[in-house]
Design a binder for this molecule. Sequence first.
Ligand code: NG6
Ligand code: CA
Length: 506
Amino acid sequence: SGFLKQIGCIIAIFIATSCGEQKEKKEEQPSKNEQPNIVIIYLDDLGYGDVGAYGATELKTPNMDRLVNEGVKFTSGYASSATCTPSRYALLTGEYPWRVNAAILPGTAPLIIDIDQPTIPKMLKKKGYQTGIVGKWHLGLGNGNVDWNQEITPGPNQLGFDYSYILAATQDRVPTVYIDNGKVDNLDPNDPIAVSYEENFEGEPTGKGNPELTTMKWHHGHNQSIVNGVPRIGYMKGGEAAKWNDIDMADHFLEKAKTYVASHKDAPFFLYYALQQPHVPRTPHPRFVGASGMGPRGDVIVEADWVIGEFLKELETQGILENTLIVFTSDNGPVLNDGYYDNAVEKLGDHTPAGGLRGGKYSLFEAGTRVPFSVYWKGKITPKTSNALVCQIDLYASLAELAGSESKLPDSQNLLSTFLGKSEKGRDQLIIEAGGRTALRKGDWAFIMPYSGAAVNTQVNIELGNDESYQLYDLKNDLGQQHNIAEENPEKLDELKTEYENIRGI
Ligand code: NG6
Ligand code: CA
């Protein structure tokens, strides 16, 4: 009869569900004061092996280590892509970026998220959260023809952020100004800004034409407008007073992030804090020059670590650290020379930014997308290491669950209990993306379709994962992807190929 009762229950639930009454069941929504603050600390190009808690010995990252070692440390935590724009797209929308062909954007690109699309800040806002972003955006702004001297819209404020203080694209791309809630910060109306990715403005120096005006030398690309001695991608004119100071950028964003926390602590908030380090150009504040012994790349990682420590201190000072869930991760894997001569290669020493994984930024191999990834919540999460397969794309559905909302997005999986360390259940499989190419991760397997592109991007010296044959790796026994075992495992290959094609719809 116990069995019959169970069946009865299942039927009752089924009926309730089909009558659209499942909301009743969800009555256990957290009340407002139980909703934790949520912070996503998002690094730019920080590799799997760049963090002490992930095995770095040559670089000291005590504050990142605290977030990892005192929270749930994921060993198989992924960005959805091996470059910035698509990873950020997936993080904020919970949708695979290859569905919309998201790729690295120029500073003048239009916003690539539809203003009607679901986003984490929109979803949290509906649940009573205050929502803010500080740092790197790189998802496009406006409709394709931005006048940088007027209100710049649509942008983060039209996607659910009540507050935004951002840099438009990357530190190496113009416009090199901060944008405060849609308006260029410190803009002098008598010195309007013009930006172009097509042609230079008459009389303006460039890295290519005036190398004597540069203090940082370009290696590839990065030879257009010069700002603060650094040659950039794209052309820009005017806006002198609004131009950022590269060496102050970390302090500047930190100040904004701290102020946000201090002024929003009385009700739950969501803060997406997107640090610019260690992306190029690497411009540590003089306090950090030489701090790592590895040159600017190491120095800005030490700087970023300090920033994170200061930010945590602010949460403590405001008395809200224990009511704040913090996700710490990176948008893609590491790169050394990404276009400037900054000694990243020469001074690397024994440091291994990819932590033993193959490839790096831009790559379909593991180091492209497998990144440091942890969830910290003081007093609520018991520290542990989890080998569950999780991706940043899952934060949407998982944070929805946490906030008492729900997600119906097909790509984003609710892994809240895994993120909180209460379950080991991760994704069954994941599609990762690099430069428009995709691959499948499933169980311990990595499957890559034949791709005819170059095997190595020689400018950055990174293996891209392209091969004319199918590639299959058993990551359990071969984490460094040294042995392609596709030929020996035709059945497995076939199974994964079919699954890959089904998900990709090809
Ligand atoms: C590339 C840039 C690289 C970096 C990257 C974006 C060149 C030659 N290379 O096109 O320096 O800016 O775009 O990085 O211009 S990301 O982390 O924002 O995806
Ligand atoms: Ca990046």
